[in-house]
Design a protein around this ligand. Structure first.
Ligand SMILES: [Fe+2]
Length: 256
C-alpha cells in the first residue's frame, strides 16, 4: 500500500513538472520568434510524455554536487522550482562518462551532475519512460564552469536560477532569467558557468539520444571574466591533445 501510494505521488509530481515545463516552453516560444518553432515542438513532446514508471525503478543515487541542491532551489524563484523540488527524493544523480574519464578541471566532478526525469529504458535511470525524449535536471555548484561542449541531439535548457551565464556558438556570454529557454541546434558548441549561487536548469533532448556530449574546448583561465569582456571566450586557451573527435558513440543513451 505504501509503495503504491509513493508511486502515485511520484507520478503526480512528474505530471506537474511536465505540465509546468511545457507551459514555460510555450511562453518562451511566444517571446522568441527565431526559435519559436523548435520551442513549440519541445513543448508538445514534453506534454506528451506519460508517467508510467520503468519496469525496474532505480534507487535514488546522490553525488557530491547534491550538497547544493537546497541552496539552488532557494535561489530559484519561478514556477518550475516547486515541481522540481517535489521530485528531489526520487532523483538518481549521474555524470557523463566522458567527463568522468577526463574531467575538464580538477573540481568539475564535485560540482556537476544531472538526474534523468524522463528517458529511454536503456539510458541512465529515469523516473518515467520516454522512448524518444530525454529530460532531466542539471546542477552546477557555485563558481562551476562547464566548458564548451557539443552533441548531435537537439537541446533546450530552461533556467531555474538567475545568475548563471550561457554561451552558444560564437557567444557572447548571456545571463538568462529564470524561465528562459536556451535552444542548441545539433553540434553547436555551448558552455555555461554558475555565479556565486548554484546553477539549476532543466534540459530536454530529442534526436540522437545515444551520443553523449563531448568537451570541444577545455576550461580556460579567462572563464571568470565578466560577460562581454574581450578575451572572455570559453576555452580561449586550449590544452594540447584534449580535442577528440567531435562525436563518439556512447554505449548508452547520452545526456549533458
Ligand atoms: Fe548540451
Amino acid at each position: 500500500m505504501a509503495g503504491s501510494l509513493a508511486h502515485s505521488d511520484r507520478s503526480a509530481a512528474v505530471r506537474r513538472l511536465l505540465d509546468t515545463l511545457a507551459e514555460t516552453l510555450r511562453a518562451a516560444a511566444a517571446r522568441d520568434a527565431s526559435d519559436a518553432a523548435a520551442l513549440e515542438d519541445f513543448a508538445r513532446r514534453v506534454q506528451a510524455i506519460g508517467t508510467a514508471a520503468p519496469a525496474t525503478p532505480a534507487p535514488p543515487e546522490r553525488l557530491a554536487v547534491c550538497r547544493v541542491w537546497d541552496d539552488a532551489l532557494r535561489a530559484a524563484p519561478g514556477a518550475l522550482a516547486g515541481p522540481v523540488a517535489a521530485l528531489g527524493p526520487w532523483l538518481s544523480w549521474t555524470q557523463n562518462p566522458n567527463y568522468r574519464r577526463r574531467p575538464p578541471d580538477p573540481t568539475f566532478l564535485d560540482n556537476y551532475g544531472y538526474a534523468v526525469i524522463a528517458g529511454p529504458a536503456d539510458g541512465p535511470p529515469a523516473l518515467v519512460s520516454a522512448p524518444d525524449v530525454a529530460l532531466g535536471v542539471l546542477l552546477l555548484g557555485p563558481g562551476a564552469y562547464y566548458p564548451l561542449h557539443a552533441h548531435p541531439a537537439v537541446e533546450v535548457y530552461v533556467t531555474l536560477t538567475p545568475d548563471g551565464e550561457w554561451w552558444r556558438g560564437d557567444g557572447p556570454w548571456r545571463r538568462e532569467p529564470p524561465g528562459a529557454a536556451i535552444y542548441h541546434a545539433p553540434g553547436v558548441p555551448h558552455a555555461m558557468r554558475a555565479g556565486s549561487a548554484p546553477l539549476l536548469a532543466l534540459y530536454v533532448w530529442r534526436g540522437d539520444l545515444a551520443t553523449y556530449a563531448r568537451i570541444t574546448s577545455p576550461s580556460s583561465p579567462t572563464r571568470r571574466s565578466s560577460p562581454g569582456r574581450a578575451g572572455a571566450r570559453p576555452g580561449g586557451r586550449r590544452a594540447r591533445g584534449t580535442r577528440g573527435p567531435a562525436h563518439r558513440r556512447g554505449r548508452r543513451p547520452g545526456r549533458p
